[in-house]
Write a protein that binds this ligand. Structure first.
Ligand code: NAD
Length: 351
């Protein structure tokens, strides 16, 4: 577990309290090791991430990564590497799964919905991860910059397959989001490949929307969507929208998954505007960790991890109804107090 920058240490401590409770309650035999990345690592080791850390993460069953102040990290040659990019690229965590739903007890400006954004995580407009070496952003002259976007058949195919497999477990409805009216070649390829993969899933209904219209449709009627598959940047943006529509960005859980590794990571950033005030909502990282336990249960065939994940998700719902939550979703508790109350709920959930 890497606590991260800004609000990271506060929400990571609350998450740890919940995982410790799940560990005892469901006899997980879970061992959590604390590591550092981001500003703390930059100060200590001269780099935001290290190869030693990567090796350790590689050997672990999963990683929980707290939010990082990535905007501060400008120059890789000075050790300022974006840790999210580093782990997503190094561990090939190509599928970013970002569920969002409304909760009974929480007011939302929209009708009730329950959907998942499946975002491609390893290429696209994120120029820092789409090259074998170097960065896909070029300063041609002091006044001319080019950012390269890569789209490949391999990455389209695997993200489409992840989305269709997920859709099969849900309402069997996929929405492909793209900008093929302008990015005719690259997004045209994305849609074409999604439909090709869709042929393997004839029981899944497919539709597609242009990304700008999709933003409006999500605000107007999010209940019309179930699994949304899209490229990297569109998924990043739309999932912040769906998280906020569900009640708060502080509820935004996310899992970064590949074939052999997975990383739990809240969808939001390090929120420096509220850091150190014990007001950050820890639900995002707690629920992300539940997604990791669920993933690990499938990988390891250990059902107790899925039970623990289920208990954490149910406890989140109960905590919202009991108003044992932070200010952003209508409560009065601090981050740490939410963590203790949540842990207590998980401990009693099995009785
Ligand atoms: P942000 O997501 O950190 O914050 C956006 C808004 O949401 C702020 O008002 C913040 O207070 C609020 N918010 C975020 N998380 C919250 C929580 N758990 N509880 C309550 N409110 C919450 O976005 P930003 O301010 O644009 O970025 C801050 C830093 O985070 C930047 O350095 C950015 O690059 C980085 N960032 C990192 C990640 C990541 O590590 N995955 C993702 C996005 C942004």
């Amino acid at each position: 577990m890497i606590a991260g920058d800004g609000i990271g240490p506060e929400i990571a401590a609350a998450t740890k309290a919940v995982l410790d409770a799940a560990n005892i309650t469901f006899k997980l035999n879970l061992h959590i090791e604390d590591e550092i990345a981001g500003h703390e690592s930059l100060n200590k080791y001269g780099s935001t991430v290290t190869t030693k850390l990567l090796k350790k993460v590689n050997d672990a069953d999963g990683l929980i990564l707290g939010p990082m102040s990535t905007y501060d990290f400008k120059d890789e040659s000075k050790g300022e590497i974006n840790p999210s990019k580093f782990f997503r690229k190094s561990l090939d965590l190509y599928a970013n799964i970002r569920p969002a739903k409304t909760y009974p007890g929480l007011t939302s400006p929209v009708q009730d919905f329950d959907l998942v954004v499946v975002r491609e995580n390893t290429e696209g407009f994120y120029a820092d991860r789409n090259m074998e070496e170097g960065n896909g952003e070029i300063l041609v002259t002091p006044d001319v910059a080019i950012s390269l976007r890569r789209i490949t058949r391999q990455c389209c195919e695997r993200i489409a397959r992840s989305a269709f497999e997920l859709a099969r477990l849900r309402k069997k409805h996929i929405t492909i989001v793209h900008k093929a009216n302008v990015l005719k070649i690259a997004d045209g390829m994305f849609i074409k490949i999604c439909h090709e993969v869709g042929k393997e899933f004839p029981d899944v209904l497919i539709d597609d929307y242009i990304v700008d219209a999709m933003a409006a449709h999500l605000v107007r009627a999010p209940q019309n969507f179930d699994v949304i598959v899209t490229t990297n940047m569109f998924g990043d943006i739309l999932s912040d929208l769906t998280a906020e529509l569900s009640g708060s960005l502080g509820l935004a859980a996310s899992l970064n998954a590949g074939l052999n590794h997975a990383m739990a990571q809240a969808a939001h950033g390090s929120a420096p505007d509220i850091a150190g005030n014990n007001i950050a909502n820890p639900f995002s990282l707690i629920l992300s960790s539940a997604l990791l336990l669920e993933w690990y249960s499938q990988q390891s065939k250990k059902p107790e991890f899925a039970l623990a994940a289920k208990s954490i998700m149910a406890s989140a719902q109960q905590a919202i109804i009991a108003k044992e939550v932070t200010k952003d979703i209508g409560g009065t508790l601090g981050t740490a107090e939410v963590g203790y109350a949540f842990a207590k709920r998980v401990m009693t959930s099995f009785n």
